[in-house]
Design a protein around this ligand. Structure first.
Ligand SMILES: *[C@@H]1O[C@H](CO)[C@@H](O)[C@H](O)[C@H]1NC(C)=O
Ligand SMILES: *[C@@H]1O[C@H](CO)[C@@H](O)[C@H](O)[C@H]1NC(C)=O
Ligand SMILES: *[C@@H]1O[C@H](CO)[C@@H](O)[C@H](O)[C@H]1NC(C)=O
Length: 360
């Protein structure tokens, strides 16, 4: 029930945004490689790149765009369901582009909540960098259409945030990095949460009111982590840590809603959903969930490099590479998200009041 309530709250945030103005919904997307649509292509030295085959093999025209999957991200699919284009990468836009008024994607592969997460990728946009880029966007919007109109767009937009996986996979879980040695998990998760708290407050100061934070999936079950186990099984400890993080973010979001004026922040917990897909792949039409379609070497990064061998049927696999779901899995996850929402709420109008929204 609690889960349905949260999912319902997510929809309500979106429905409120859609219903609240005649203009189409504006979304600002922040995150890592699960949501990136090509910012890292513009970072010359970044090692977190996917703008080469076989990435994008199932995207429009089979094009590698900088998305870390064979086709669409969950964000692309959700945008399509909302009837809006998937927002373009921030670094692809000119300062004067009209496009900045219609939604922007700031996500960057390798990025985390902490600045030093993913440091061995040389270049990536940390969550702080992404927030700074949003601040720049807002200044450019003001220059274009004036303060009042820019503030209105920022207040009415929906902010999608999916970040934190790399703080584990490319930081805490890497034995050669300082954070995993310096901190216990309890200390590390507190550091993540206190940093995230400041970041969300900053976004609120910049105008964010409707915000959806996507919780982490069962990272212990992604192929790059299974490869560290003795028999290819999920790493239970990692999954416990992730759940601890999710539970703390959930509490943080509740606190923010209670203290930040007009905030309608939502925690979207997709952990159980993703775990079910991994544990019961055949129930969803998949054949393999414990290995990736692209035959990657997890000791050498785990990305699908041009010389990697790709499986014969990409929709049989939940995972595309050692970290990222396939287009087919993203479709299932995005679909489920929406179906759960709409079966609960066949008609988004009339809009529930804000107090009802906050109850869930
Ligand atoms: C992280 O980097 C941002 C700028 O990119 C800076 O404002 C912030 O103070 C840094 N945080 C820490 C803890 O070093
Ligand atoms: C995945 O699971 C199958 C069937 O349970 C097993 O035969 C196979 O060895 C596993 N693959 C890996 C990489 O663990
Ligand atoms: C690929 O796999 C999907 C899902 O298992 C199946 O529906 C489809 O028929 C397969 N395609 C081919 C060409 O085998």
């Amino acid at each position: 029930m609690a889960k349905m309530g949260k999912i319902f709250a997510v929809l309500t945030a979106i429905a409120m945004a859609v219903g609240s103005s005649s203009a189409s919904l504006v979304t600002f997307v922040f995150g890592d490689s699960l949501t990136e649509v090509g910012n890292n292509n513009y970072l010359q030295l970044s090692l977190a790149k996917s703008n080469y085959p076989h990435y994008g093999i199932d995207f429009t025209n089979g094009k590698a765009t900088g998305r870390f999957t064979n086709g669409r991200t969950i964000g692309d699919i959700i945008s399509a369901k909302l009837g809006i284009p998937s927002p373009p990468p921030y670094l692809s836009l000119l300062p004067t582009d009209d496009a900045i008024l219609k939604g922007v994607n700031y996500a960057s592969g390798g990025a985390g909540i902490l600045n030093d997460t993913g440091l061995y990728f040389i270049e990536r946009l940390s969550f702080d960098d992404q927030i700074k880029n949003f601040e720049t966007t807002k200044q450019r919007m003001k220059a274009k259409i004036g303060d009042e109109a820019a503030n209105k767009i920022c207040n009415e937009a929906v902010y999608f945030i999916g970040i934190g996986s790399n703080d584990y996979v490319n930081n805490f879980l890497q034995p050669f990095l300082a954070d995993g040695q310096q901190f216990t998990h309890d200390e590390f998760v507190e550091l993540l949460i206190s940093t995230l708290a400041q970041q969300l407050v900053r976004l609120h100061q910049l105008g964010a009111r409707k915000l959806v934070f996507h919780g982490l999936g069962p990272l212990g079950c992604i192929p790059s982590q299974r490869a560290k186990s003795s028999r290819g099984q999920c790493l239970a400890q990692v999954n416990l840590w992730v759940q601890q993080f999710n539970s703390k973010v959930n509490k943080l979001i509740a606190t923010m809603n209670a203290h930040l004026p007009s905030s309608h922040f939502t925690f979207a917990d997709t952990y159980e959903q993703v775990l079910d897909l991994i544990q019961n792949p055949t129930a969803y039409g998949f054949k393999v969930s414990n290995a990736s379609c692209c035959n990657v070497d997890t000791k050498l990064g785990g990305l699908c490099l041009p010389n990697s061998k790709v499986c014969s049927n990409r929709s049989d696999y939940v995972f595309w590479d050692a970290f990222h779901p396939s287009d087919a899995a993203n479709a299932v996850l995005a679909d489920h998200f929406f179906n759960a929402i709409f079966s609960k709420s066949p008609s988004p109008a009339p809009m529930p009041s804000h107090s009802e929204f906050l109850l869930s």
